[in-house]
Ligand binder design. Sequence first.
Ligand code: GLA
Length: 819
Amino acid sequence: MKKLTYSLLLAMMFMFASSATAATKPGSFTIGDKTFLLNGKPFVVKAAEVHYPRIPQPYWEQRIKMCKALGMNTLCIYIFWNSHEPQQDQFDFTGNNDIRAFVKLAQKNGMYVIVRPGPYVCAEWEMGGLPWWLLKKKDIKLREQDPFFMERLEIFEQKVGEQLGDLTIEKGGPIIMVQVENEYGSYGTDKPYISAVRDIIRKSGFDKVELFQCDWSSNFTNNGLDDLTWTMNFGTGANIDHEFRKLGELRPNSPKMCSEFWSGWFDKWGGRHETRGAEAMVDGITQMLDRGISFSLYMTHGGTNWGHWAGANSPGFAPDVTSYDYDAPINEAGQTTEKYWVLRKAMEKYSGNWNPQTQKWEGSAKLPAVPKEYPTIAIPKFELTEFAPLLSAMTKPVNGALKTFEEMDMGWGAMMYSTRLPEITSQSVLTGEFHDFAQVFIDRKYIGKIDRVKNEKSLTIPAVKKGAELIIIVEGMGRINFGRAIKDFKGIVGNVTLTTETDDVEMVLTPKNWINVAIPDDYETAKKALDMIKGVNDRVASGEVKGSVPGLALTQGYEGSKKLADIMKPGYHRGYFNINKVGDTFLNLENWGKGQVYVNGHAVGRHWYIGPQQTLYVPGCWLKKGKNEVIVLDVMGSRGERTIEGLEKPIIDKLNLEGPQTHRAEGQNLDLSGETPVKVGSFKAGNGWQEVKFDKPVTGRYICIEALNSHWNREYCCIAEWYMLDESGQRLSREPWQIAYADDEDVQSGNKNADKIFDLQESTYWSTNRGVQFPHTVIIDMGQDKTMSGFQYLPRMEEGAPESIKDYRIYVKSEAFKF
Ligand code: GLA
């Protein structure tokens, strides 16, 4: 009897296209009636999104096995163009970039693969995966049919095809689907461009495999091509039926797939660590699986933005932190989390096969055992005793007009700009576009910083004597990866002016003769600078060099190095630690300012004391028994002891901010008495966009949204997105928008600031705090007067649109509102 049950079970397991192992024989993956078909049998994709460059190569297999043990049958990967072609025509598909090895490893472990080769990928990755050197052609149009862009993307996709083209399912490989572009709907409307990308991908070796495109349910029709499969992206909490309603209407027989179901969210410097509840995530997944809907869990394991690979979001400039933990089920270090176990338990129920006729899952399979995690170690506190000023790493100066990084042929790093000033007898205001973090010095004295994250563009400087030396050190952070702002030049962009005002006369000075010095961000540069200084020190110490070496002699020994670091703050610090057992660790950078860290030559990422990330993940596979080297580039200077220790647990949720994150000064109260609304109305209840037209066009710069109550009859309200419409009904660009005021913002339970209403992300939202009474108000400053015909409003994506606004009043003014 026992035997019979066992063989019955076996038979059941193999009756349908089993999800247990990916075939090595040629197979097929096609679109059937409301379902995907794997080798002709119904198949639900349960994909884990993981990014090979965010995981050290020696750990790939452990992470793949972790995904499989979670009940997933597929891995979904982006291909990161800029990581494979860091310089034009220099291709790299080796080591951590060996996508062929990754895909084969997936197959070896019985996993199918979905490939998303861009060219643009977003992914909170530097420039959304596009190579920076494209910007050397200043007038390039990115993600459009610009001849140079198309030429380069074709060359790149060809290379991807050479690596992966023979690994598609019909050729015996594990690749079942390939994506064309990425969420183009949140960038523009351009079917000819999308068609061209599709053709290039087909030609590159993906000639037979199923192609698809992903977008949001609100915009997928804008660029949807007839011959491609359409999938939707949305996150934890979203109303699943609402997300697929439109697709169901337009293509009733299409299989449904959420190609990015966001398990958590990414973190930005200066914002709270993002989390999403395990229950809500699992609920979304089980809702989809109960309906036979395929999904990819973005991220199942996020990993790390090593070195300079973290991108930045926009509008505004919101650089992402180094950790891409994402609050995913498998954490940054490849360990299980509570989410992992809850999800694994739920997935057991869906381990059999989906029967579209009965709309039921049939049979079941045991999930593989969860693989062992890599051990973690603590490293006792050690000192970084060597120092080399940043300027000791400078490359050949270029004199003349101000240059960007790109004009200096440098992708990442910092630049030093210097010039001599004429006499300026009073204070002046230095103004420019500094990308991204500028520090200003006059005659080597630190004056202040200009931080793009805070939208700063100017700094007041004191009166100066003729010939005073102005130095501006500009550190570049990640290039913007989302929206139109991806064309993000680094360094000083445009002119720098100095404005003085005396006796009502404004004088604007525009210095023209600059010295531009590039300081690339890489290990070799850092090491060379430190070795050079050390060499001089050693020679002075041994008596080989007699007398004093101006400036450098100061660095003699640790005391000298400390003194020099006090005077010339931006620079490299080096130290060593010894271990007798190798393991993963989290280096605590809380004593340090801002910059980069290199461990045994590996760029482990950016640090910035503002948080929320304070530790940097260092995988044990990059450490060795005995002596290990750590270099910290600190562009601000250390903030205390020059020490580091390795922790066994990360700190990724500790903010260290100077001011509040909210948009209301203490005691500030908006006074709307005497103001006349341009529109008074009521929104409908429920999910989805709503559009409202004004009775006649209105002109103004400041928009005040006053919410009087909510459909949920609770005391707080939320807005996911907001657009103003121009006279012809088109959406106005929100790039210059700022929040001028918000009566209340919930920054305790997450980043629910008012600027979420124009962050281009439908899944994030502004929320007031519970218990704060209506009315709630938010004021948008559009930067300049615009004539508008109406607005569009999107409530939250969760079922029933929680805390959606009911009655409202809208005010528009050219001058600021009164308080
Ligand atoms: C979108 C993009 C992804 C990623 C997520 C947010 O869905 O397609 O690359 O940026 O947003 O994490």
